[in-house]
Ligand binder design. Structure first.
Ligand code: GDP
Ligand code: GDP
Length: 435
């Protein structure tokens, strides 16, 4: 699994800009307004020798504004504790801010390894801009400019230097990798046991390469699966610990290592905001997914009705492509076909889409509903090909793709999805401008 690096800092120091730079996406919103919530909170940095997951903690808590306020949020503190390294970003133009000192003190108290980075340092003398930040007591500050793309190589080098060494031989997880994701107590471990069944078909069971994850390999009908359960180790090693802290980062790390996610929700507790947040993370990760509503036993009709309503609202909307399964891990109901479903989803996840067919579908779709006119021009979508698998990504070449409205993108997405019968996986669209 990829190590986690958490990005921390006051609002407006340039976290989103740096995040975009390092993960090379435009997904994170760059804005002059402090405290804007971002859609995507993590991405893979594949800049250096070793990939790592960069998490923008500014997007972790919707209630908190970032900065010290964010650190007060238990969820964010947990994320920082789970990270292998914290990149603490400050603003070289504004200089040392009292809130920087407060964040630094908090990070020192949490005893996490920190790399101090001074952003907005373009056109400033490196030693001068760094000087005042030594006072934070976090070692030598590294001056960079996220906006001007300066110092990024050095930054990635230093991150890699400070990460714990990679495990000697990182074994590939065999077969179809399934991550069990959900809040504490939804029944992840119970489901793993139910899937293993009797007699136990476990071939081996070992701690993962990263703390707190356990990988279980099993075979069923000639197909190998690796189940990734983030709760496993903790429970085994500290049985007396009853209150398990939920970790968004552990969930992210597990789903990143997986092909298919079993997103579990607790039917008896109902759907929470945390569940909805996890659903969005699974969608962003682009993994295959089964929405497993667990503890479906002992529910009366009234409860079932209420649950279905909130499920639709909070989970089915972001994960409209996910098969929905009502199960009871404890009694084994509905568990029997889950692995087969995962296998089918894996097929969609790795599917090859023929170029000829893609173009035919694109033509039909744009003829049935032409892209709307914007600023006096109608975007022309000319041709398509498959850009990537895992998940299937369709690259469309055309003019003015950036003026396509969201609902049109969703229309295209769903048209391809339906045509290629993609089960349990999102379809990604990318555009190449061509006038
Ligand atoms: P966040 O709130 O920490 O995520 O900060 P943003 O990434 O949204 O950036 C806040 C503002 O600082 C935006 O106007 C950015 O364009 C600007 N900014 C970010 N990085 C740099 C930089 O390296 N140099 C300068 N001069 N401005 C920057
Ligand atoms: P985890 O923290 O997500 O791994 O959850 P566990 O697997 O440890 O389950 C938490 C509790 O929920 C345990 O007491 C289980 O027995 C119970 N549980 C799990 N699945 C079910 C289910 O399908 N129905 C009921 N009624 N209880 C369940």
């Amino acid at each position: 699994m990829k190590p986690i690096v958490a990005l921390v800092g006051r609002p407006n120091v340039g976290k989103s800009t740096l995040f975009n730079r390092l993960t090379r996406t435009r997904d994170a919103l760059v804005s002059d307004t402090p405290g804007v919530t971002r859609d995507r909170i993590y991405g893979t940095c594949a800049y250096g020798e070793r990939d790592f997951l960069l998490v923008d903690t500014g997007g972790l808590e919707t209630e908190a504004e970032g900065g010290i306020e964010l650190l007060a949020a238990e969820q964010a503190r947990q994320a920082i504790r789970d990270a292998e390294l914290v990149v603490f970003l400050v603003d070289g133009r504004l200089g040392l801010h009292p809130e920087d000192a407060a964040i630094a003190e908090e990070l020192r108290r949490m005893q996490v390894p920190v790399l101090l980075v001074v952003n907005k340092s373009e056109d400033l003398e490196p030693t001068t801009v760094s000087a005042e930040f030594y006072a934070l007591g976090l070692g030598a500050p590294l001056p960079v400019s996220a906006a001007a793309n300066q110092g990024m190589g050095r930054l990635v080098d230093l991150v890699e230097e400070r990460l714990p060494p990679a495990p000697e031989e990182e074994e590939e997880l065999p077969g179809i990798r399934i991550a069990m994701v959900g809040r504490p107590n939804v029944g992840k471990s119970t489901l793993v046991n139910a899937l293993l069944g009797e007699p136990r078909m476990i071939t081996y069971d070992r701690p993962g390469t990263t703390r707190d994850a356990i990988h279980t390999v099993l075979e069923r009908d000639g197909q190998t699966y690796t189940l990734i359960d983030t709760a496993g180790v903790r429970r085994r090693s500290r049985i007396h610990e009853t209150l398990e802290k939920f970790s968004t980062l552990k969930a992210i790390q597990a789903m990143e290592a997986a092909d298919v996610v079993f997103l579990l929700v607790d039917a008896q507790e109902g759907v929470t905001d945390q569940d909805a947040r996890l659903a969005r993370l699974v969608r962003d990760a682009g993994r295959g997914v089964v929405l497993a509503v667990n503890k479906w036993d002992h529910l009366d009709d009234q409860q079932k009705k209420r649950l279905r309503r909130t499920l639709d609202l909070k989970l089915v909307t972001p994960l409209y492509y996910a098969p929905l399964r009502y199960i009871s891990a404890l009694y084994g109901t509905g568990v029997g076909h889950l692995l087969e479903t995962a296998e089918a989803i894996y097929g969609s996840y790795t599917k090859e889409l023929s170029t000829a067919e893609l173009n035919r579908v694109l033509n039909e779709a744009t003829e049935a509903h032409p892209p709307p006119v914007r600023g006096g021009f109608r975007p022309k979508l000319r041709y398509a090909h498959q850009g990537a698998k895992r998940p299937p990504t369709v690259v469309i070449h055309g003019s003015r793709p950036n003026t396509l409205p969201d609902n049109y993108l969703r229309y295209l997405e769903r048209t391809f999805q339906k045509h290629f019968k993609l089960e349990g996986v999102p379809l990604r669209l990318q555009f190449r401008k061509q006038e």
